[in-house]
Design a protein around this ligand. Structure first.
Ligand SMILES: Cc1cc2nc3c(=O)[nH]c(=O)nc-3n(C[C@H](O)[C@H](O)[C@H](O)COP(=O)(O)OP(=O)(O)OC[C@H]3O[C@@H](n4cnc5c(N)ncnc54)[C@H](O)[C@@H]3O)c2cc1C
Length: 364
């Protein structure tokens, strides 16, 4: 099928386009490499009353076995534009650029600000959506502008960083305006030279003793840590099929935190499992809560399990269906809710399930 110079495929398989490796087909599918193509794809969806879903690297999604009934737009918009003024570097990157390649490029150029985010799979366009973060850095610290197409109208809209309402794994793009925009390019404010800032203890320890630390040293250390944890999707590394962290770390009130401590009855162990926040609330480690609800690393049910490296990562051990993954996730969620009274919100985006079997448990 042809729509205004873009090819629209029908019943296109999606599983291989996701890091979980599961899911049914897209009823309609368009691979786009220019902003104009995105506008054409959106017009195709509008004319037929179809829901449009943009897919980048497929590394933060769980697509149902039935697939997606609307139009999937695979974002492969590329291109880099750079403006340098003294130590300040403004880089605009196409939303379909590979995030890991983008970080490598910045590091090679000596631009700082994204080196701790090395090794995160996916695309540049998805990076502001859930405000990707790792090892003490969040992309919101360097995003200066996000350029989008509004899905309902095809109009170009540009957001400044403060308009994106960035929080932990959140922005307007995955909360109140979820699905409303396709991010076609992102502008980052990076810094040339200077000493990289390290805010993460494990990383600090790896880097101790290196004289005149560079962004490349930091990137290499992050890649090494990720490789050890089996969460590096790169040629030459063995990776488990997952969507990274399946759940977000929950934030609870001080009272609820004290309740959790009562449930633990002094058996808290030595690992850090909570972080007090300004204002009194407390962020808890979802991995810790899952483990204390009876799920050990490497455990699981049939084709689905907990990663042997990290309790927060649910893995397709081979041949899993989306239904098996979601059922296991619901079981984990239910156990944590029963034991600690805490609802673990999924970080991965569930697609094509109708009413999410996970969200449905809220307040159960
Ligand atoms: C092994 C592994 C490790 C990971 N480690 C981390 C980590 O350390 N930190 C972290 O934050 N995340 C991590 N993730 C999650 C994931 O890599 C990020 O969320 C990434 O930004 C997703 O990018 P993507 O292009 O694959 O998005 P996709 O999975 O394709 O899409 C995710 C969501 O974003 C939407 N979306 C995608 N592109 C756009 C766009 N251009 N415009 C609007 N909406 C869009 C999609 O519709 C979907 O809702 C990890 C995942 C894996 C598999």
């Amino acid at each position: 099928m042809n729509s205004d110079k873009i090819d629209i495929l029908e019943n296109e398989p999606l599983a291989a386009l996701t890091s979980f490796g599961v899911g049914g087909p897209a009823r309609y599918f368009a691979r786009i490499s220019r902003e104009e193509d995105a506008a054409s794809a959106l017009a195709f969806a509008r004319e037929r009353g179809l829901e449009a879903l943009v897919l980048g690297g497929g590394s933060n999604v769980l697509i149902s076995d039935e697939g997606f009934l609307g139009l999937v737009i695979l974002n492969r918009i590329t291109g880099l534009a750079v403006e340098e003024a003294g130590q300040n570097v403004r880089v605009s990157a196409g939303g379909g650029e590979n995030w890991q390649d983008f970080v490598d490029h910045c590091v090679a150029k000596g631009w700082q600000g994204v080196e701790c985010l090395a090794g995160i799979p996916g695309t540049v366009g998805a990076s502001p959506v859930q405000n990707i973060g790792a090892y003490g850095q969040e992309v919101s610290q360097v995003v200066s502008q996000v350029r989008c197409l509004e899905t309902a109208t095809g109009t170009i809209v540009t957001f400044g960083s403060d308009e994106c309402e960035f929080r932990y794994r959140e922005s307007i793009f995955n909360t109140r305006d979820a699905g409303k925009y396709i991010v076609t390019s992102v502008t980052f404010s990076l810094t040339r030279g200077g000493a990289p800032v390290i805010r993460y203890r494990e990383l600090e320890e790896r880097l101790s003793g290196i004289p005149s630390l560079t962004a490349a040293d930091v990137r290499d250390a992050v890649i090494a840590i990720r490789a050890d944890k089996g969460v590096l999707i790169r040629t030459g590394y063995e990776t488990l099929k997952s969507a990274g962290s399946f759940f977000k770390n929950p934030v609870v009130t001080r009272e609820h935190f004290e309740h959790v401590r009562e449930v633990l009855a002094g058996r808290e162990g030595t690992a850090t499992w909570f972080w007090p926040l300004p204002g009194g609330d407390v962020k808890l480690s979802a991995a810790f809560l899952i483990q204390r609800s009876g799920f050990e690393r490497g455990s699981g049910r049939g084709n689905v399990g907990i990663s042997p490296h990290h309790t927060l990562i649910l893995v397709n051990r081979g041949g899993a269906t989306a239904r098996e993954i979601v059922d296991f996730a619901a079981e984990v969620q239910g156990q944590v809710l029963d034991r600690f009274g805490i609802f673990l919100a999924p970080e991965a985006r569930l697609i094509g399930f109708g009413t999410s079997p996970l969200q449905a448990r809220r307040g159960a």
